[in-house]
Design a binder for this molecule. Structure first.
Ligand code: R1P
Length: 332
């Protein structure tokens, strides 16, 4: 860390850069493609307009943000690495850098449980979470607890659903144990995929970030409520629940925060939204055990990346509900 941080609650630098992504308002656009690998982000960015020259920021924590225009429409490509904690940093920190509506499509890789060849793309209508249960005794295998917990589904925005089959996609906390892979650890997961398929008959793919992105989008104030089945942990200690409230809108003369304001800096009504969906490139077939080749990766990332850019930029967003161009890195 080389910059002075001025806020312990939502850490930012003195010039308003968020702590992990390193960006500030005006460096991320309302339409966003998020990917796992920086090379994928750079590959998709090759399709951006030459002018204005795309802005690129690689943060110290491994996030890369590339912002420019595609066919004239402002768009960002953000590489977040792997796992739900990084997805969490991404959604929360981008949201605080963005006025107006936020529209996110994750373009990630996955393993397919259905009989679809590697190199195809699946667009899930919803996602469930598979969580390793730390209260299960993985050493002895004796426990009143199940080794894994499976959540209820959370839905994607219906934006990408027209052209491809509707499937349910679980998000798994880990690549190995929660995806039913057998390793040297006693993961008690030999039956996990069968259980998943029994509980969600249209289960299609396994990956690690989609559920959390969809869940945060659905949890954003003003969005449809998401139901959860995950039980709270059992504690033997007395606990006093404390419910925190989000900061109140600026009724006491404070200007609205970036995340609740419109392109004029005024409080936006209705509130800014977050819409999220995912497209998942099948890199591994869990039925045939086939794995994608490097040549196929180049090919699939190119055409699916372009398809996601097209899908996002053809979305009709209200011009009064987008981040101001003035002062932004996409200003012409
Ligand atoms: C595991 O190899 C990683 O690949 C998948 C998983 O979700 C996990 O992040 O997605 P990405 O290719 O987008 O990283």
């Amino acid at each position: 860390m080389k910059d002075l941080i001025v806020d312990a609650n939502f850490p930012r630098t003195e010039d308003n850069r968020v702590y992990h992504l390193g960006i500030r308002a005006g460096e991320v656009a309302n339409r966003i493609v998020t990917v796992g690998a920086p090379s994928r982000a750079r590959g998709i960015a090759l399709y951006l307009d030459a002018s204005p020259k795309p802005f690129t920021l690689a943060s110290e924590r491994g996030f890369t943000t590339i912002t420019g225009r595609y066919k004239g429409v402002p768009i960002s490509i953000v590489s977040i690495g792997m796992g739900y904690p990084n997805a969490d940093f991404f959604v929360r920190e981008v949201r605080e850098c963005l006025s107006g509506d936020m529209v996110v499509v994750r373009l990630g890789s996955c393993g397919a449980l259905i009989d679809t060849p590697v190199g195809s793309v699946v667009v899930p209508k919803s996602s469930v979470s598979v969580n390793r249960n730390y209260d299960f005794d993985f050493v002895t295998g004796h426990s009143h607890e199940p080794p894994y917990r499976i959540s209820k589904p959370v839905n994607a925005d219906p934006v990408l659903h027209d052209a491809v089959p509707f499937l349910t996609t679980p998000r798994c906390r880990s690549f190995y144990s929660s995806q039913g892979r057998q390793t040297s650890f006693p993961d008690h997961n030999a039956d996990l995929i069968r259980q998943l398929q029994e509980s969600h008959e249209d289960l299609g793919t396994l990956e690690m970030e989609t559920f959390h992105i969809l869940h945060l989008a659905a949890s954003w104030p003003g969005q449809a409520r998401v139901e959860q089945t995950i039980k709270p942990p059992i504690s033997t200690l007395p606990v006093t629940p404390v419910i925190s409230s989000p900061p109140q809108p600026s009724s006491q003369g404070q200007p609205p925060s970036v995340s609740e304001s419109n392109s004029h800096g005024d409080l936006m009504t209705p509130r800014p939204s977050i819409r999220a969906a995912a497209a998942q490139m099948v890199f591994a077939s869990r039925t045939s055990q086939e794995f994608i080749t490097p040549e196929q990766v180049v090919e699939i990332e190119a055409w699916s990346g372009r398809a996601v850019l097209e899908a996002l930029t053809s979305l009709d967003l209200d011009q009064n509900r987008i981040h101001p161009e003035r002062g932004s890195v996409w200003a012409l």
